[in-house]
Write a protein that binds this ligand. Structure first.
Ligand code: ADP
Length: 300
């Protein structure tokens, strides 16, 4: 039996792509797509030629996060053309193929696998420095086959996104074991939603009265601060949201012998940027909340 023709076709297609990084998570909703989008923005802002491939077929949020909703994919004799946000940032997502953004993809495994394979085989990325691949969460069937196809192309490795909660970390351990089993290098783990970061002027202040009823005293509190210590209004408040006593992702990384890339706090700016389809780093001069983790990955 000769080599699998699909794998040969994928390897040929990927020959023009220098680095491939898969973004994984154990669970949905931890910020995997947000991180994939922001990493792509960051890399393209550094003048690399970047491709962002969204194969999270259950919840394709990449088109929205890049402000590309409603775009159609075009085909040429070279294959499917990515949608270009900038001349150096091309995007491909199942989301572009759904007639209505509210449509759910309720395909079964084999059909999903076929589409993932087609994405890897048929998208014409051209000469590309970094291909960032937003994968489905968990270790589902399509997840496993996606990783296997990618591995056949010489993928650099995976970045795993988690939140600090134990329920998420348990799944990350499984994800790391999965990577070790299939021989996929773990480039590192990012702890997202690690604490909350807000500027003081965005906080809402409440006073709870004796009968337990909260009343909003924001206006009073802010004018008080403005009068007594105006410099505090430009201060950023950080707070822990989840129980960090068990050491979170950093400790887990140590135990499992994989690199810890850093913490990204919950940041209303980042959420807004994702909803509005724009980068959160460029306007902050690459000093946004996720920048330290991104920087370490990029400069490696
Ligand atoms: P996943 O891809 O893991 O399912 P998403 O990237 O879609 O998760 O993120 C889920 C939601 O959380 C989105 O609305 C996103 O804007 C928000 N989000 C993710 N990370 C952060 C963060 N660090 N700060 C604020 N909001 C975030």
């Amino acid at each position: 039996k000769g080599p699998d023709p699909d794998l040969v076709a994928i390897a040929e297609r990927m020959a023009t792509v220098k680095h491939k990084i898969a973004i994984l998570s154990g669970k949905g909703g931890v910020g995997k797509s947000t991180f994939s989008a922001q990493l792509s923005f960051a890399l393209s802002s550094m003048n690399y030629q970047v491709g962002l491939l969204d194969i999270d077929l259950c919840g394709p949020s990449i088109p929205k996060m890049l402000g590309l909703e409603g775009q159609d994919i075009h085909q040429s004799n070279l294959g499917w053309s990515p949608i270009y946000l900038d001349s150096n940032l091309g995007v491909m997502s199942i989301g572009f193929m759904l007639p209505n953004p509210d449509d759910a993809v309720i395909w079964r495994g084999p059909r999903k696998n076929a589409l993932i394979k087609q994405f890897l085989k048929d998208v014409d990325w051209g000469e590309t420095d970094y291909l960032v691949i937003d994968t489905p969460p968990g270790t589902s069937d399509e997840h496993i086959s996606a990783v296997q196809y990618l591995q056949s192309t010489g993928i650099d490795g995976a970045i795993i996104v988690t939140t600090p909660q134990q329920v998420s970390l348990i799944d990350v351990r499984k994800e790391i074991s999965f990577c070790k089993t299939v021989g996929l290098k773990v480039l590192g783990v990012v702890e997202n939603m690690s604490g909350l970061r807000q500027s003081l002027s965005d906080l809402r202040f409440e006073k709870v009265s004796d009968d337990g009823k909260p009343s909003d005293i924001t206006e009073w509190a802010l004018s008080y601060i403005k009068e007594k210590a105006p410099e505090l209004l430009s201060v950023v408040a950080c707070s822990e949201v989840f129980d960090s006593s068990k050491g979170g992702a950093e400790k887990m990384c140590e135990e499992m012998g994989v690199p810890f890339l850093g913490k990204v706090p919950m940041d209303p700016e980042l959420c807004k940027a994702a909803d509005e389809g724009r980068s959160c780093f460029l306007e902050k001069g690459f000093a946004g909340s996720a920048a330290p983790a991104l920087k370490r990955i990029i400069e490696k």
